[in-house]
Design a protein around this ligand. Structure first.
Ligand SMILES: [Zn+2]
Length: 449
């Protein structure tokens, strides 16, 4: 039985730059290791890795493997984690067990930010190497040219920091991927449509103009992780290369998609990334367990589709998403979009987890949540204007020295140290979070070179 029909390839976008990339993105690879779905953060924890199994069931039952190659991925190595994370932190992750965590003294618990959000659970070290390994495998296929679009729904854990876990994220697979992409790509764009601010990725690259981070998220100064104000724009040479789009509760499909297109089109046209990393967190859907937006699956997918029209190679990752049946619907739908196919609206009844998708068994349940849209037209217009003003200050396709990746990311020159100190002093006075912990997180790359 046919479970999908083939679309005409997504229409190419305005072909006024990057002629070499304006070929249709044909080779789509899907990266997954089913072991990753077997881990548990704990019975009451909202992060449920089995959402990845549900996603994989849908992708398989819709027979999307007829359109793309599937790769079983490996665990990342310890050395790979150390490309970004501190050795002391990786040692901790490697050695800690749930039993040891119970006896741990409070200093250590505080030092490594262990607690309800980021518990120590059985097999945690394997789990984090599995999702990270899948991202690194995907990016290698992309770098080698074996794929134009590389998908890993188990990745996209955007909150993890160099020295500690945060917001259910232990290792920042996105930062590791971008560091590797910088070895061969001049400019990397990171796009984050998770409900939460992509703080870990922004912090890691806020001092370079070779990575533009763009995050659309709920923001009111208190909502996790507390960062992502529109005036957080980057530091030093990276100034204006961090873009934040703070939104309020209840944003609907039309407002979100319109704003997304109006912002992303000029950003991509000006910055001209040679590769895009897209984090597709599903907690921005309506009725998410931790959510407060009103997006439907189609609108979220339309963002992914829009980015695909630019014809730039893409690494596509998952992220948040706490209502597993909708997370899996979304990521299966987006897998189809990336393969230029339209799926049957009815979920195939042969799926072993069919009951999860009742009573409607539809790929597109109505997800307009009960929340009022607090984003007025005027507010959204002001956000758009602010971002476009910021764009005026960035160079058109900044040229870079590709060898500007020093072997030791953690070393700062005296000059950089001084500048960060000054920024910290200034912003402390203003009471903003802009440069909070910047020294801990900062890595020089080519900054100030
Ligand atoms: Zn999130």
């Amino acid at each position: 039985m046919a479970t999908f029909s083939t679309d005409a390839a997504t229409t190419k976008h305005t072909p006024h730059y990057f002629p070499e990339h304006l070929l249709p993105l044909k080779n789509v690879l899907y990266h997954y290791n089913s072991d990753v779905s077997h881990y548990h953060y704990g019975p009451h924890h909202p992060m449920k890795p089995f959402r990845l199994m549900l996603t994989d069931h849908l992708v398989s039952l819709y027979r999307l493997y007829e359109k793309m190659d599937l790769y079983e991925t490996r665990e990342a190595t310890r050395d790979e984690l150390l490309d970004f994370h501190a050795e002391e932190y990786v040692d901790f992750l490697q050695s800690i067990t749930p039993e040891m965590a119970l006896k741990m003294d409070e200093d250590k618990i505080a030092q490594f930010n262990i607690g309800d959000d980021c518990p120590i659970f059985d097999g945690m070290y394997t789990y984090l190497r599995l999702y990270t390994g899948a991202t690194l495998d995907a990016l290698r296929k992309l770098i080698s040219g074996m794929s134009d679009i590389a998908i890993n729904w188990s990745g996209g854990l955007h909150h993890a920091k160099k020295f500690e876990p945060s917001g259910f994220c232990y290792i920042n697979d996105i930062v590791l991927a971008i560091l590797n992409l910088l070895r061969v790509h001049a400019r990397v764009m990171y796009i984050d449509i998770d409900l939460h601010h992509g703080d870990g990725v922004q912090e890691a690259f806020n001092m370079t103009d070779r990575v533009m981070t763009v995050s659309f998220h709920k923001y009111n100064g208190e909502f996790f992780p507390g960062t992502g104000a529109i005036d957080e724009a980057g530091i030093g040479r990276g100034l204006n290369y961090s873009v934040n789009v703070p939104l309020k509760d209840g944003i609907d499909d039309d407002s979100y998609l319109r704003l997304f297109k109006l912002i992303m089109e000029p950003l991509i046209t000006k910055f001209q990334p040679t590769v895009i990393v897209q984090q597709c967190g599903a907690d921005s859907l309506g009725y998410d367990r931790l959510g407060c937006f009103n997006l439907n699956i189609r609108a979220h997918g339309a963002c992914v589709k829009f980015i695909k029209t630019f014809g730039i190679p893409m690494l596509v990752l998952g992220g948040g998403g706490y209502t597993p049946r909708n997370v899996s619907r979304l990521w299966c739908y987006e897998t189809a979009i990336l393969n230029d196919v339209t799926l049957d609206l009815k979920i195939p009844s042969s799926i072993p987890t069919y009951d999860w998708f009742g009573p409607d068994h539809s790929l597109h349940p109505a997800l307009e949540g009960p929340l009022d849209n607090k984003n007025s037209k005027k507010y959204l217009e002001s956000v758009k204007q602010r971002v476009l003003e910021q764009l005026r200050f960035i160079d058109h396709a900044p040229s870079v020295r590709m060898d500007d990746i020093p072997p030791d990311f953690s070393a700062l020159t005296e000059e950089e140290d001084q500048l960060i100190k000054e920024i910290n002093d200034e912003t402390e006075d203003e009471g903003t979070r802009l440069a909070q912990k910047v020294k801990d997180e900062a890595r020089p790359m080519e900054t100030f070179a």
